[in-house]
Design a protein around this ligand. Structure first.
Ligand code: SAM
Length: 425
């Protein structure tokens, strides 16, 4: 039997809740759904995961006793059903009935009455149930993360929570080698694609659309890149033909931007599949980017004693600044992961530093909001490296932190990125 879109979505969400990575499980599941239904699948899965911690708090209230581990998919069915009731366009009775049908499709026919009863109770008592949620549940953030964020960003906490629940905007970076931002915006508008100028080379589409429908996208006139991520290449002072290493480069958004700004870019990544995306993007943009497969923790083994004028180190991180794009972060990430990322980040920074020429600049970037992966890593690094100093960023991109700046994510604005600029004496 072919599963309905909702049943595919529920089992996919359940896999994520049991520790699977959304990116990995999503593409397999997507292939089981008809092309025309894929946007709906995406909306259901991403939307539900963005609000997962909130609806977990509701499920706690509607169930008399917790579900058994072997029935965990029913939690996904319930949360998906609640999401649809609140955010979907389907009439409420049809959403409830579709959730009930999922039980049979997923081999849990016995749970049909339970799911029906819980969703009807939610419909009836919604306001009271939402009012009984705890602070972190209401913000749709896991408790451990809410606590850390509340400590660092008391004034921005609400904004962070709201941004994490929202659908992300689609922002383009105009390839300045092909066309100015102003001319490209006119070109989009002539094609009835409305956009907002959000500074530098960035245009945010008023209504997101598939990239292959964006005018002149395939021809390399623009790339998809969040507005906050577009700061990276502008925070390094680039002169023509300068050698720049992007040590964690895939899929190549920032590396290609650096090349568009005139740098001679070497793009390294540890993942061969992801490095292929850098090659694809550079080819589409007609840019010359050298790609190197390797582990940036031991750069010198791959690049010997080659030195670079500048290095971009956009490290793997908790992705807490980009939860609206990677909502599985809300479900699978733990406090212990943060410590693991922090030690990897310090290791990468120490390795990259050895490839930087004297007088060179290194931009450390993360898409994390957590000081453990940001200021604390820089702090530990400069305490050990006597030839490293922190330089003020050449422009304001976010709020001042001890060693850099933090962009706070917002509903209509960019993602939450951290930047710190180091100079080698
Ligand atoms: C935040 S992403 C980089 C995004 C990229 N800079 C962009 O703008 O498109 C981090 C990247 O680091 C890579 N990575 C993780 N560990 C690495 C390592 N030890 N050496 C090199 N790359 C690594 C991952 O494969 C991933 O592509």
């Amino acid at each position: 039997m072919n599963l309905s879109v909702r049943a595919v979505a529920a089992s996919l969400i359940d896999e994520v809740a049991r520790g699977g990575s959304l990116n990995t499980v999503y593409s397999d599941a997507e292939n089981t759904v008809a092309t025309g239904e894929r946007p709906f699948l995406r909306e259901l899965v991403y939307g539900t995961l963005r609000l997962w911690p909130l609806y977990k708090g509701v499920v706690r209230q509607v169930l008399d006793r917790p579900l058994k581990a072997k029935d965990s998919v029913l939690e996904a069915v319930l949360i998906l059903g609640m999401y649809e009731l609140d955010e979907g366009n389907t009439p409420a009775y049809a959403s409830v009935s579709a959730a009930v049908d999922c039980c049979e499709q997923l081999g849990k026919r016995w749970a049909s009455r339970l799911v029906n009863g819980c969703l009807r109770q939610y419909q009836r008592d919604r306001d009271a149930m939402l009012a009984s949620l705890g602070e972190s549940e209401r913000a749709a953030l896991p408790g451990w993360l809410f606590k850390l964020l509340a400590k660092t960003y008391p004034a921005q906490l609400e904004q962070i929570g709201r941004a994490s629940k929202s659908r992300p905007p689609l922002t383009l970076r105009v390839n300045q080698l092909r066309m100015s931002r102003e001319d490209y915006q006119v070109l989009l508008s002539d094609a009835e694609v409305a956009s907002i100028d959000v500074g530098l080379n960035a245009l945010t589409l008023v209504k997101p659309m598939p990239v292959n429908q964006v005018p002149l996208f395939e021809e390399g006139f623009s790339s998809v890149q969040d507005a906050s991520a577009q700061h990276a290449a502008n925070l390094l002072s680039i002169t023509a033909d300068m050698s720049v290493l992007d040590a964690c480069a895939a899929p190549g958004g920032k590396a290609c931007h650096l090349a568009e700004r005139g740098a001679r870019v070497t793009a390294m990544d540890v993942s061969e599949a992801r490095l292929g995306k850098v090659t694809e993007n550079a080819a589409r943009l007609n840019l010359n980017v050298r790609t190197v497969l390797g582990d940036a923790r031991c750069l010198s083994e791959v690049l010997a004693n080659e030195l670079f004028d500048a290095i971009l180190l956009d490290v793997p991180c908790s992705a807490t600044g980009v939860m609206r794009r990677n909502p599985d972060v809300k479900v699978i990430r733990t406090r212990a992961d943060v410590e693991q990322f922090a030690s990897l980040q310090l290791e990468l920074l120490q390795s990259a530093w050895l490839q930087l020429a004297a007088g060179g600049q290194l931009l450390y970037a993360t898409c994390s909001l957590l000081p453990q992966e940001n200021d604390a890593v820089i702090d530990a690094f400069i305490a050990r490296e006597s030839n490293a100093s922190v330089s003020p960023l050449p422009m304001t991109v976010g709020i001042d932190m001890r060693f850099g700046q933090q962009v706070i994510p917002s509903v209509d604005g960019g993602d939450g990125l951290y930047y710190s600029l180091l100079i080698k004496s």
